[in-house]
Design a protein around this ligand. Sequence first.
Ligand SMILES: [Zn+2]
Ligand SMILES: [Zn+2]
Ligand SMILES: [Zn+2]
Length: 1004
Amino acid sequence: MSPAPELKATLTLPQTAFAMKANLPQNEPLRLARWTELRLYEEMRKAGRGRRVYLLHDGPPYANGPIHLGHALNKGLKDFVVKSKTMAGFDAPYVPGYDCHGLPIEIKVDEKLGHKKLSMPVPEVLEACRAYAQKYVDLQTEQFERIGCFGRWQKPYKTMARDYEAHILEAFYGFLEKGFVYRGLKPVYWCIHDRTALAEAEVEYANHTSPSIYVRYRLTSDPAAIAPALAGRQVSTIIWTTTPWTLPASLAVAFHPDFDYVALQVESGEVYIVAAALAEQVVIACKLGPSKELARFKGAVLDRVTFQHPFLERSILGVLATYVTADTGTGAVHTAPSHGADDFYTGQRYGLDPTSRVDAGGHIHVDPDSWHSAQPPAYDGLTVWKANPVIVAMLEERGALMGGSQLEHSYPHCWRCHHPIIFRATEQWFISLETQVKRTDGSETTFRQLSIEEIDKVVWDPAWGKERITNMIATRPDWCISRQRIWGVPIAVFMCEDCNLPIIDAALNAKIVGLFEREGAEAWHTTPLESLLPADTKCAHCGGKGLRKETDILDVWFDSGVSWLAVCESDPDLSQAYALFQKGKGTECLYLEGGDQHRGWFHSSLLTSVALRGRAPYSHVATAGWTLDEQGRAMSKSLGNGVDPVDIANRMGGEIVRLWVASVDFREDMAASENLMQRCAELYKKLRNTFRFLLGNLHGFDPERDRVAESELLPLDRYMLARTRELAEKILAWYEAFEFHRVYQAVNEFAIVDLSSFYLDVLKDRMYTFAPTSQARRSAQTVLWQITEALVRLVAPILTFTADEIWEYLPAVEGRPISVHLALFPKPEEIYSKDPTEELLKWQQLLLPVRNRVLQKIEALRKEKRVGKSLECNLKWLIPDHRKGVYETYLAALAEAAIVSKAEIVYVPQKDIEDRLLAAQTIDTEKGATQTSLAGVIEEQFVSQTAAPLDVSDVEVSVATSTKCNRCWRYTDDTANYGIWQNVCERCRSALTEMGIASPEANQ
Ligand SMILES: [Zn+2]
Ligand SMILES: [Zn+2]
Ligand SMILES: [Zn+2]
């Protein structure tokens, strides 16, 4: 006979309006709008007033495109930090920023403007650059907000803002006035057609035909010093070049220190030194004829020998360099420090002068120190390309040309005018790392050394970052801070036309900073020199009166590198806290960016702050790895393996992007793919369902009215509360250590294993069949409520949208903030007042292992098709007879946890239990189990935390033979009819009575 359908209706099933289906793509934008309406970020600031401040200073992304996954990861992690610090009781303001100046934007704007740019006034071009950057500031802001990142988005900092530009200039003047800045030469790509320096990114390669010539350089130092066999001989080396125009700038010949070189004597008696590996080739190319090897030696012996320049009155130095190759040429490399990067740095090592005698238009000018005849050389005044054949002819005339042909090769060209370009040493602005500075104790050191000492005071996470940045600072050359561009902050300095030195005047500088504050960097281009300079300003070095405005701009790394000054020190929302940080008053300041920033923003920020404030701008630096695909490859358009966070947010939800960010250990390289995002979406569903089940079971629960005191909770409920406290303690520690992936794993495990598969499953009987107001059910509800309250806060930094949604469905409590993001993390002792260890041990070492053995035995019965559900079973717990009274209190909890109908304790002699266990163990061993002793078996069961002798126990499971209650499905001996409802157990009958449901009669 089947139970009356109305009997089922008397069960108290979960009930909640919290939807199963999240519809994140539709619902997240609505929640964002609600947050805007609530002014949630401002409310968080208000709530945080008076608390200790935690500063996460945002590293500005470059505003020239939509966000990609790396940006989403970066901002997601920062949002986890900001939210977790806020909920941990800090005031954690977050002012996002954007890097706006620089070449990539200028190039894009150039492309848009085309040749129009050349006729446009500079301020108009700057305006176009500003508009371009602003477009992406707006786009990225919208996209970062879309994935739930909180911050002062309506007023981010921008390096192109007027006040920020004024601060950049202020910082530069700080360097200038403190004596860090000097002007020096550096080789740059140079287009003689456009008369401008080019950045790496503006160079394109195309085929170009160049003269390929071999040139003799006669040795002027003692040949016997190279090899005794060369004593008294006429010795030369042969260089190979495809840029004859650089020969007037030739200062050295470079040899590889480890290569073998040979001295070949040809029929004329002349001796030529070339690399052994290339000798055969050179003999053919230079038509040297039969030759004899007089000597063989390493290139190292040619260090500091001297040669005669082939046409100038100049001594040429033998130098060593490891970039010399044995693939082409002669192994002897003509070196012009003013026209090549390698040459330049080699020249620096040997103290060679890199002054270029090629002007901006590419005209060569003779070096008067090495040309003594009245008639200038034929190449004087020619452009480099026209000079080539003239110089080749000159070499031939002097017998120095050993061979020549034309060579078509790949050669750098200007991306704009497509003409071939040259390398040219130009004057640049540098910050010297060797500047003398004072430590706080007044002792003297160098800027470089002080920077390294400051690195040591910072916490680097992961720790290898410290060594990395230390090595970079220790070995870096001086910082070249000038660029020959326009989209940036001008090096607003007046230069003496006569001696080319800058005017350094603090009052004048302050005036120009004020001008920038009012009018932005454009003012440097629009304000006439006369209205900025006092009438009779003279050069302090030479007394010259001719002054000009410098036109170079600052390196963009300088711009973002002074954000601590322009933002942390100057923004009213941050300045007080940052002042405390700088004074070392306990306030922390975190920088969190990709690992490449050891070379970039961490680096430039450190240098500017150490120079101007004598300390690092941060106390903590955390770095993230790269986002790669599942095969470990970089994401690229051509591979089609990119994951677009905005697309994921639109299709699956911003929450899924956030879950992915939380799922990875950001310190390593991280895999991302559509597949992994789908997995996060699956997991999200599970988490959401767990929360839905929790909320459903809280229906009808009013915490203020129904809450059960901790001491009166049922044992299983108490255990779950202890477990929740344990989880909360761990999660709070992980948030503090930025171990978000551990939070993610622990929350998943708790939701799926502890809650879904265990507690919530086990509780169904109590939640559905007990009278709603019964103490046992309220005990469970109290704990479910506390778990939900704790969990929703613990996941709020990550599941930003969903936690806030759940918050609205939790039972109302007086004084609760309107959003979870205004709440604090739960305090562990508020979840469970005692140290949870004892409660956890009791369950983890006694009850849960016993439960597992019961479940195994039920499973065996099920396989034999003797039972279906576990409620069709009864269990006997065998306890040694000398331990009477110890375990009775756990019996009901064990029955509930195993979901059996009836449980009883049976006392038997300890020996019997041991024999049973040994027998079972023999069977297990035959099945391949590894336990080999009773001790091992016992240890598995129950390790007493009191170090008392171990107890052994066993369980027996039998098939229930009594009657099944039609309401709760347990098998009991006390079923009876309840009106027309047949076979209702005593517990259900009294629940029905308690619920006020009278026994229904047949005709009702
Ligand atoms: Zn060009
Ligand atoms: Zn001067
Ligand atoms: Zn029942």
